[in-house]
Design a protein around this ligand. Structure first.
Ligand code: HAM
Length: 425
């Protein structure tokens, strides 16, 4: 028999880890509801052109990392698994005429993304993002609001306050001159450029700034910055974003070479890193403004901004900081029986208790009572309800597995009693 394994760069989320993800998803859902976001779900795959046009054809994500699906001859379309959710959400915004809804439209989604990247610690081919998008609000207040939301998410997840980096990467008025300055700078250092970077220089010089090539780090540290080249509109906008952050008491650093790896950004760009640990693979999340993207995907000009937070990396950071709390809720009670074959009585009692909202499991294996009790302890249950002959008189034994004490309880009182015990924990 061949040995089957999960594909390289992916992993199975087994019960304890899946529960930790679910906890983060719940925090995200509760927080976004509090901030007035509405959930949206788009397909896990789209026409490849949706990503090529928005993320950009000359980016790592599209050039190297896109999971392209085999073309179906009858459809003549090229599909790709989504490397990120923003492009699909904006495509949906345009397709469903959300521009006619009351603006701004605040949307959120959480789910798996796919990038054919070289797998390593914290970098997977399937990973999870918590994403929010706001369409139809030019900012600058909402820019600060989203950064505050992300910081609050990390705090509720239990992470030490992350380092927050912000920048403005300009717009179509001021960025072209900056790109020219970058092209001149890299042109003067052609001999130091790795082959891909040299080739990209002519097509998209901005992408050299966020290159993952180690050889580029030193060169990039001396590259020109956009800060002093921002046009009046972008400079005013960025100053106002910072003012709002200050009002909210958010600590951040302006990082003038932060450009992000996707082409759709304009003006505000931001990234979050574990406190004191800045590295290419370590970003906990990032986002920014994309005021041209709706237009690029066929809609009326509409400003937009959003972020994506990597849930895998949040969990890794929690583990390395010792903060990965157990997220699984053990069940309250297991229904066991003196007569191993009397499964119907155990199942019926468990069904009634669950109908009353109690988390219980019936032991339905026809094994001895001692074995059933051992399994209940292993499950971390607090109680065992022992069903025996006394059931005929409407009684069961309630065993406290921690205290190893036991007493007879009328079946009629069991729900109320267990509910009190659950509430008291
Ligand atoms: P991004 O910076 O490409 O932005 O990804 C956001 C986050 O996803 C990263 O900071 C990181 O935590 C996580 N991430 C990315 N790639 C991987 C990977 N291979 N393995 C594990 N985690 C990963 C975006 O995707 C934009 N859509 C964010 C955005 C939303 N901008 C505006 N709206």
């Amino acid at each position: 028999m061949p040995t089957f394994r999960a594909p390289r760069g992916t992993r199975d989320l087994l019960p304890p880890e899946r529960a930790r993800f679910l906890r983060l998803e719940r925090i995200a859902a509760d927080l976004t509801a509090l901030y007035g976001f509405r959930p949206i779900e788009t397909p896990l795959f789209e026409q490849a052109a949706v990503f090529e046009r928005s993320v950009g054809a000359v980016t790592d994500i599209v050039e190297k990392e896109l999971f392209r699906l085999a073309t179906r001859r009858e459809e003549g379309e090229e599909w790709a698994l989504r490397p990120e959710p923003t492009a699909g959400i904006v495509r949906a915004y345009v397709q469903h005429g959300m521009q006619t809804w009351p603006q701004p439209v605040r949307l959120t989604t959480t789910g798996p993304m796919f990038r054919y990247d070289r797998p390593q610690a914290g970098r997977y081919r399937q990973f999870w993002q918590f994403d929010v998008e706001v369409l139809g609000d030019p900012g600058p207040a909402v820019d600060a609001e989203l950064i505050e939301l992300a910081v609050r998410f990390y705090a509720e997840a239990g992470l030490q306050a992350p380092d927050v980096f912000v920048n403005s990467i300009g717009d179509s008025e001021c960025r072209p001159a900056y790109i020219e300055a970058l092209a001149r700078y890299y042109g003067d250092h052609l001999d130091h450029l790795p082959p891909l970077e040299r080739e990209r220089l002519g097509r998209n010089p901005l992408r050299l700034l966020d290159s993952k090539e180690p050889a580029m780090a030193e060169l990039n540290a001396g590259a020109p910055t956009i800060t002093e080249r921002l046009c009046d509109g972008c400079r005013t906008h960025f100053a106002a974003v910072r003012e709002h952050l200050d009002t909210l008491g958010i600590r951040y650093e302006v990082e003038p070479r932060l450009v992000r790896g996707l082409d759709y950004y304009t003006r505000t760009a931001f990234e979050f890193f574990p406190a004191g640990a800045r590295g290419t693979q370590a970003a906990l999340g990032g986002g920014g403004r994309y005021d041209r993207l709706v237009e690029l995907l066929g809609g009326r000009p509409t400003p937009g901004i959003g972020f994506g937070l990597g849930l895998d990396r949040v969990l890794l950071a929690l583990e390395s900081g010792g903060g990965a709390a157990a997220a699984e809720q053990p069940i309250l009670a297991v229904i066991v029986g003196a007569d191993p074959t009397a499964t119907a009585a155990r199942l019926k009692l468990a069904t009634d208790l669950r109908a009353a909202g109690l988390a219980v499991r019936a032991d339905l294996a026809t094994r001895k009572l001692g074995r059933q009790l051992e399994a209940a302890v292993r499950d971390g249950a607090r109680f065992a309800v022992i069903v025996g002959d006394e059931l005929a008189e409407g009684q069961v034994q309630l065993r406290d597995l921690g205290a190893a004490s036991q007493k007879a309880v009328p079946v009629a009182d069991l729900t109320a009693l267990l509910r009190r015990k659950a509430a008291a924990s």
